[in-house]
Design a protein around this ligand. Structure first.
Ligand SMILES: N[C@@H](CCC(=O)N[C@@H](CS)C(=O)NCC(=O)O)C(=O)O
Length: 227
């Protein structure tokens, strides 16, 4: 637990995979935190606008008046601030650099394209879904032989990729597309099961039905942007 005098607060949004990363990291470290839900599409709070004036996005971590944004950077901050708890990033410099590389890859080559494929249609959807499949192929090879990317337990890369385990199937349903294939990606399929069953994760996931409704709505709003 964080000391009583410590302020640890997240500005979040229930369906944000970026916010979930930060929650998992604090949970892994056993840090007690306050959570404030933002109304991202109805009206952001003055606190969010002033604490993340550049992007106006969640998550924001507030730690004793220090403001941090960008989920992957926040994970690093958490790891280095509460060093005496379970490690999030690998200690070995090479492993650490590689974990950062693949986490960036997840955001750029997997999450973004999968979200856009959900929102688009026709040729764009097919091309988008194909590029996501190619990215999964890389991660399948990175994961081979490990239970988690943090190897024995969940860590940085598991948190970065975590959304895949419970959100991709929602995006597949909403976008009428099929991307994940357990026969093609057996290591990732096992990892997805182990991840959602992990004691740290399983009670933290947003309700599936609520996600379907939410992402249907987002898809309708964003379709014209991605088509
Ligand atoms: N790179 C950022 C992305 C954060 C992000 O995209 N947050 C979304 C929620 S999923 C958001 O706040 N969107 C509101 C907006 O863009 O206005 C991170 O890793 O934290």
């Amino acid at each position: 637990m964080g000391g009583r005098e410590e302020e640890v607060k997240i500005l979040g949004f229930w369906a944000s995979p970026f916010v979930h990363r930060v929650q998992w990291a604090l949970n892994l470290k056993g840090i007690h935190y306050e959570y404030a839900e933002e109304d991202l599409w109805g009206g952001k709070s003055a606190l969010l606008l002033s604490s993340n004036p550049v992007h106006k996005q969640v998550p924001v971590l507030i730690h004793n008046a220090k403001l941090l944004v960008d989920s992957l950077l926040i994970l690093e901050y958490i790891d280095q601030t509460w060093v005496h708890r379970d490690q999030i990033l690998p200690t070995d410099p090479y492993e650490r650099a590689m974990a950062r590389f693949w986490a960036k890859f997840v955001d750029e080559k997997l999450m973004g394209p999968a979200f856009r494929a959900m929102c688009s249609s026709g040729e764009k959807k097919v091309m988008g879904a194909n590029s996501v499949t190619e990215s999964l192929d890389f991660l399948e090879r990175v994961l081979k032989g490990k239970k988690f990317f943090g190897v024995e337990n969940v860590g940085y890369l598991d948190f970065a990729l975590g959304w895949l385990a419970y959100m991709l199937e929602v995006w597949e349903e909403v976008g009428s597309m099929k991307i994940m294939d357990a026969n093609k990606f057996p290591c990732l399929a096992n990892w997805m099961k182990s991840f959602v069953d992990h004691p740290l994760i399983k009670d933290s996931l947003p309700p599936r039905d609520k996600m379907v409704v939410y992402f249907e709505e987002r898809r309708k709003i964003l379709a014209s942007l991605f088509n």
